[in-house]
Design a protein around this ligand. Structure first.
Ligand code: MN
Length: 467
């Protein structure tokens, strides 16, 4: 990776917030001055670390105060600078952000005891105070993970586990997709080095092999949209190393992973999203289980897109993700993408969006209110919020987020406890399955209920509702 310089940070900032160049430059020199004489384990001057943290934040279009806090985030812990000094040199918000980050980093996750749970709770509930503190922590963790090679083996494993356990789920919750993927990959590198190399190479090979095919499909789709007067921008993305590793672990064959290669199609309006979907389904064979409408039903982290799988003759499946340009920012950076929209009001906008639009927030508040014990809190958050959910739908078109190993009978209870009592089986994607059938992402379910006890019709058909 190329070394990041102050100029890189400034150039990036200029693309979305050119008014704040001076104050950010001031923060850089302030941090450099106070970290002077300190070094990273890599031997580099310490300032490299906060600079990288701030740079990551600028890639996410973070607001000014967050970038400055990124540059200053280790001053309270590692130098004689005080919170008051930061407040008077910059502003009280920056001072609070730095203070919040410092308070978390000191004793975080050292041991699996009460202290660990108390700190994890503090970190997670920080979301409800000022979510920017957590985002700075994520950027901090990302750079520390990128430079983990300079730590002892034991420290590497500890940090990688902690990253997978806490930071990846948080990145997922707030929708910081790119950070999540990189944290996963780098954690795998330290937790399963051999597997990492294996899947890294597999992915590289795939990229070379499929490059011309992907470019063909890409220009084909582009042409089709042009013909229909839909201006678009199309990119592609290959699943991250950890994602491929995980899919293969659960038994999928490489060429059968339906989101291995994803075309990202950006258009101007929601209407054009559905038009684009129609065009794809008219011109390519599509895979029904791969279709998902996350525009009508956004993911819990506010991700919105239409997903479908298209067949490329003799090559396999390519996932198409269709969204508007506006959705694209949120899909990449999540909550953070809201920041630069209302300068100065970033925090208010984010906190209220968080409460109004992100479903996990209510759940989190509920868990926090009901758990007096920190251990309980951590367990419940892990089970209810940090576990990857899958999306299934009913034949009526309602979508449900459920845990990955849910069976038909558990699903029926989940939807409606009364239905849970009378369920005898189900049709999943049109095929009849037993009660203990394990549901998979994208399944379309029609529950078969026992006929009502008072029914006088003998041998009445099991299906109550015709599709
Ligand atoms: Mn740091």
């Amino acid at each position: 990776m190329n070394k990041i310089t102050l100029l890189d940070l400034i150039n990036n900032l200029k693309t979305y917030n050119s008014d704040e160049v001076d104050i950010v430059t001031k923060a850089y020199y302030f941090a450099e001055y106070h970290h002077h004489g300190q070094f990273r384990q890599s031997g580099e001057p310490y300032i490299i670390h906060p600079l990288n943290v701030a740079y990551t934040l600028s890639l996410m279009h973070a607001d000014r105060d967050t970038i400055i806090a990124g540059l200053l985030h280790d001053l309270l812990e590692d130098t004689t600078v005080t919170k008051e000094e930061i407040a008077s040199e910059f502003n009280p918000t920056v001072a609070n952000l730095v203070y919040g980050v410092t308070k978390m980093s000191k004793t975080l996750f050292k041991t699996r005891n009460e202290e660990f749970c108390a700190n994890t709770r503090k970190l997670i509930m920080g979301i409800s105070g000022d979510v920017r503190i957590i985002i700075i922590k994520l950027a901090d963790r990302l750079h520390n993970m990128r430079t983990l090679e300079y730590k002892t083996r034991q420290k590497q494993i500890e940090n990688a586990k902690e990253t997978m356990e806490i930071f990846v789920p948080i990145a997922q919750l707030i929708g910081a997709y790119q950070i999540k993927c990189e944290l996963e990959d780098v954690s795998l590198l330290y937790l399963e080095p051999e597997e990492y190399v294996k899947y890294f190479n597999m992915r590289e090979k795939l990229v070379t092999e499929y490059k011309s095919m992907i470019n063909d499909v890409l220009s084909q789709v582009y042409e089709l949209l042009c013909t229909d007067n839909i201006p678009s921008e199309i990119k592609y993305q290959i699943k991250n190393i950890y994602g491929i590793y995980k899919s293969c672990q659960s038994g999928a064959e490489l060429t059968r992973i339906h989101d291995l290669i994803a075309l990202e199609i950006m258009v101007s309006s929601i209407r054009e999203c559905y038009q684009t979907l129609g065009i794809l389904h008219t011109n390519f064979a599509s895979i029904d289980y791969a279709f998902k409408d996350y525009i009508a039903t956004p993911k819990p982290n506010m991700y919105q897109s239409l997903h479908t799988g298209i067949m490329v003759p003799e090559k396999g499946i390519v996932q198409a993700q269709i969204r508007t340009f506006e959705m694209e920012d949120i899909d990449k950076y999540g909550l953070i993408a809201y920041w630069d929209k209302l300068k100065g009001k970033a925090k208010d906008v984010m906190q209220s969006d968080l409460q109004m639009k992100f479903p996990f927030y209510q759940e989190l508040a509920k868990i926090n209110a009901t758990c007096t014990n920190n251990q309980d809190f951590v367990n419940q958050v892990k089970n209810k919020l940090f576990t990857d959910k899958i999306t299934v739908s009913t034949s009526k078109g309602s979508f449900f987020q459920i845990l990955p190993s849910t069976t038909v009978s558990e699903f029926a209870y989940f939807v409606n406890p009364e239905m849970g009592l009378s369920v005898v089986g189900a049709f999943v994607n049109g095929k009849q399955v037993p009660l203990d059938y394990t549901l998979k992402s994208g399944d379309r379910i029609e529950i078969i209920n026992e006929p009502p006890a008072f029914s006088t019709v003998k041998n009445s058909p099991l299906v109550l509702k015709k599709s």
